[in-house]
Write a protein that binds this ligand. Sequence first.
Ligand SMILES: [Cu+2]
Ligand SMILES: [Zn+2]
Length: 204
Amino acid sequence: MILTLTCLVLSTIYQVRSTEVVLREAVATIQGNGTNSVSGGVYFKETPSGSVEVSGTVTGLTSGLHGFHVHMYGDLTNGCLSTADHYNPHNVAHGGKNASTRHVGDLGNIDGGQTGTASIQIIDSVISLSGPHSIIGRAVVIHQDEDDLGLGGHEDSLTTGRAGPRIGCGVIGMLGDPISASHQVLPAMMTTLAMLLTAGRLLR
Ligand SMILES: [Cu+2]
Ligand SMILES: [Zn+2]
């Protein structure tokens, strides 16, 4: 019995080690550009499947849709303007979040609704928080107008989505240290161990 239990525990530990993943989180505090009252927080969280969950709230918007992108630089020395263009390491055309051709930074629109408050809940598998095309240190930018997702037929549809002036932005920074998934699995291992010990006692 003791031998069986030991084997089970060791195999659990082995599986945990072999599937270890590091998950990163980041945050951008959004401030208005100039005199408007746009503000908010946007959170980025890596998931075990490799996609990034984007969530948060932005207030002080006008009603309706607003272009929502990751721009190249986390440089706010000249307000949102110095964040430069959409983050586009592959040098391709602008598009919607779900388009096959898009800038890495193209996240579509956020919706100010009737009240000017947008609740953001996006899953994206193109942006990432690690590797050569990490968005950490770059910037989130919110625009005055709706991003036409490259489909508007205007000359700037395929570069900026014709989303108009930048009304808010924030630098994307690390949120705490990367979490090793094995930390999350430790409690599960303890539970398994406890269950096995209980089962062992019942069988005795
Ligand atoms: Cu933009
Ligand atoms: Zn773009």
